[in-house]
Each structure stands twice: as structure tokens, then as C-alpha cells.
Write a new protein. Sequence first.
Length: 569
Amino acid sequence: MPATQTTIPVIDLTASSITITRQLCDIESVSGDERRITDAIAVALAPFDHLEIIRDADAIVARTSHGRSHRVVIAGHTDTVPVNHNLPTRFESEAGVDYLWGRGTVDMKAGVAVQLKLAAELVDTAVDLTWIWYDNEEVASDLNGLGRLAAHHPGLLAGDFAILGEPTNALIEGGCNGTMRVELRTSGTRAHSARAWVGVNAIHAAAPILDILAAYEPRSIEVDGLVYREGLNAVAIVGGVAGNVIPDECVVTVNYRFAPDKIGREAEAYLRQVFIGIDLVEWQLRIAAGEALDFGQAEVRLTGHAIEARIYAEDPQNGFLPTGGRVLGLHEPQGEGIRVDSSLTEGLEVSADYDPMLAKVIAWAPDRAGALARLRGALRQTAVVGVTTNIEFLGLLLADADVTAGRLDTELIARRLDTLAFAAPDDELFARAALVLFAESFNSAPESPWQAHNGWRIGAHAPSIFRFDLASEEPEVTVAVWGTPQQATVSVAGLSGAVRRRAALPLARQSEAGRWNRTGAARTTSCTSSKTGDHGLSALSRRLRAPSRTACRCPSCVPRCPARSSLSE
């Protein structure tokens, strides 16, 4: 059966901004479905030699390289909220003025149209320009294409001045509000509507929440001479299981746009004050001053279950003694019901002289089993490279049968310590880590042979060498990689140089985000870049100090290229 061919829509950058806006808007690009519009932008920009084009999934970066002393970064998003019978675009007249009407004309494809036209026409500029068009702006922040670019290619976002487009009435606004979405849940008792008096209606119980929102007056807050108008609004309400059943749960989703005078935790505390009527910070101060609470436990209602895991700079393999070091890489979990309280940043020096707690990972779910599952998943997404931590130990502890069943006591860890001891990283994990680093550094289309990272030389190709220094007494591990990301051969050796394992690993790139499939004789497993998602490096990050790459190509420094053979498992 012949493959289906998808036609890439045409964007004519020689046309007027209005025409380009229509062309962009008529390409439906609801968040998560931006591939067609990204393809069209990439094709439209390709003829312009003054632009270097870089693509990361459904984000496009176009930049000039004139060697100017300053660089300006201009960005806009290509996704929209869902279409609502407002495509294709059309012109409508109001008070004798013609308006282009349709999804995306305001937010924000009109701005993208202007940006694209300027990118094509501004060739010889006083400053270098970086243009960014990214995906998934309208949805959760962990999907945001701009955040993904910052993680994968931070250098592309560097500049002396930046404009983040979100056009409103052709005005330029300084600054940007933060955004936070929270879910407020009310519970009741399910019953048949014919006997409603035996139930409690959770939707009715949400009325006070809606009353608070209806009466709320948005604040205007001045920061650095700019006035920010906040907003607090219900954006969704869900409840009910059937047309004849009294609902036992209702969820009101609230969006809070807050001024930059506060950080996320402070915004959350403010929302608690608005909806619960309790200012937690104020009460901490009042209690410290000797005052008593003016409400009792009976007035505090618990909803769901939350479990907290505390990440420490400590070595469970060495009596839980504190550790230290520089944070070389960091990945913190995100997702529904997950919260992270942390001050970790890449490059931070962690001292062994103070409290070893680095972060708290908290998971919430409607019940304990769900909270445990979420927390285990969150810890699998957590990695602190360069500092020995208890992350893997916490994951093993959460999987213990007694912990899962809630049979907890103060002697549990002492009894289970042997079973909670984790194995050292195996050769396959070192191979995966090296393959990720190799793929990130590989230059498949160099401007000259001298820029190629393919190990070419007369005779056999030289490997790329990656050395992993473990934060323990174990010897350094050396991984040699030959070939290309599409077909790589890997050799793992200890400090002595003795080859411990050799295998040919055919790789196929699965996405622009850096995920790779390794196909063996019996099954397919995946290796994911440490810069994205559940990256598969957390076990290695437990004791990894620093991966280093050597440029030495001499035969005495690296093992010879092994015969190519399929890896059997």
C-alpha cells in the first residue's frame, strides 16, 4: 500500500503581513498539533541564506550571524487554543472597518506573521537577530517548546534584549505576569437522585468557591515602575457521574495570573489565603508571638493523600553519611499532583558542612496507592548528577511491600537495609549515557571535514571516548563509541583498559527531543537524553562525578574497534 503523502501548506513571505496572517491561521495548530505549521515555516524560511535554521521538535529558531556586538531575541508561539467554528479565516466589517476574523488572528499568529516577514527581509542589521517560533504555549509548562529549547539549546536563547510576543491591540507591554492553575475539590456522598436526601451534592458544595471568584477584585501591583493587573478566574468545572446520580466530587480549576512581585510558592500561599481564609505565613508569626489558633481541627477538612520524599546529599551505601560536590546536571519532576520544593541549580556547590537536605518531592492523589505510584514515578524522573544522593534508595523504599501496605515502624529500614541496597550501574547504563553524549555532540552536516565528529582517519575510524568517574572507590569507566548515532558500536572498559563488554547498538532517532531506541535481537529498550523526561540516567547520577571526553585517538589510549555483532539479551 503506498505511503500517504502530506502536503506542506504554503506561506509566502513576499506577501503582505495580512496575507501571511491568513495563511498561518488557516493552518490549524491547536496545542500539541503544531507539526504542519512548523513544517510550513521551515520551508518558507529555507531560501533565505542570511538565516541559520535550527529545529527542535516543533520549535524553529532562525538566527543571523553577522558578528555584531549585540543580539536581540524575538519569540512567538505557533499554537492556539481549540478551534471553535472560527476557521477558515474571513473578513468582517465593523463600523466601516474590515477585520480579519478567525482562530489565531489575535493570539498570536498576526504577530508571528510580522516576525516571519521581518526575519526574511531584515538582512543587514545593526544587531544580530534570533527569531524563535515555539509550540505548546497554551498548555502545561512542562510541554512548553520555549522551555524545551532552554533545556536542549540554552545558547540559542542568549541575547542582550528579548521580546516575547503576545500581541494585543498592536501595543508593546513591559514585563509578564506569572500563571498558576490550581484544582479546588469538593466532596460529597453519592446517591440516586430519587433519594437525594441520603446523599450530599459535591457540586452544590462548590458554590462558596464560585462566590469567592465572583466577588474577587483583581489587584493592580506596581513592580519596577510597571503596573501589573492580576486575574483570578474559574476556567473549568467538572462533576457528576450520571444524569440521575448525586455527585460525590466536583473539581473547579482556577487560573491565577500573578504579578512578578512574588514567586510560585508565594502565589500558592496567597491562593490558600483567598479560598481557605487562612494566611499560613501570618499564622506562623502569630503563633510564634504566643497567640492561639482561632479554629479547631474539626474545621480542617482533609482531601486525598500526600506523601513527601526528602532528597538528601548522603550515601546510603556508606551509613547515610553526608556527601557534597558540584551539581553538574539536574532534572526535577513535573506533572499532575507533583510538587518540588528545591533551591538546586546546575553549578551549585553542595557542602557537607550543613544539613544535607537538597529538595522535597511531594505527590498528591485521591488515595494513598495513587500517591505512592505518583511519587515513585516522580523519583524516576529526578536526577542530581555530580552529588551522591539517596534518590534511588527512596525509590526502592517506596516499592517495599511493607511500605506499600502501610506497615511502618522505626526499625523498618534497619531490617530491610540489605534488600534496599542497590546494584552498581551496569555496563549497559554506561553505554546508554555515552550514546546520549555522543549523539548530542555529533555533527552530521559539517561545513568542512575538520568540523566532523565522526572519527575519520586513514584506516579504521577512531572512536569517541567518554570517561565516567564514579564518586566512590570504584575505578573510572571508559566508554568508546564508533560510527554514527544511527549505527554505533560501543565498548565499555574499566580503568585497567580491559574490555568488559562490546556490542553493536543500531540506533534510530525517535524524536527531536533526544530519545533513542536501541534494538537488540530480542527486544527494544530506550535510552533518553538527560535533558528530557524520564531519562534513564538517575541510577548513574547517584554516584557520577563528571563525564569527560578525551580527544586522544592513539591506539594505546583506547581499545581497538571490536568486530560488529548484534547484541543478544
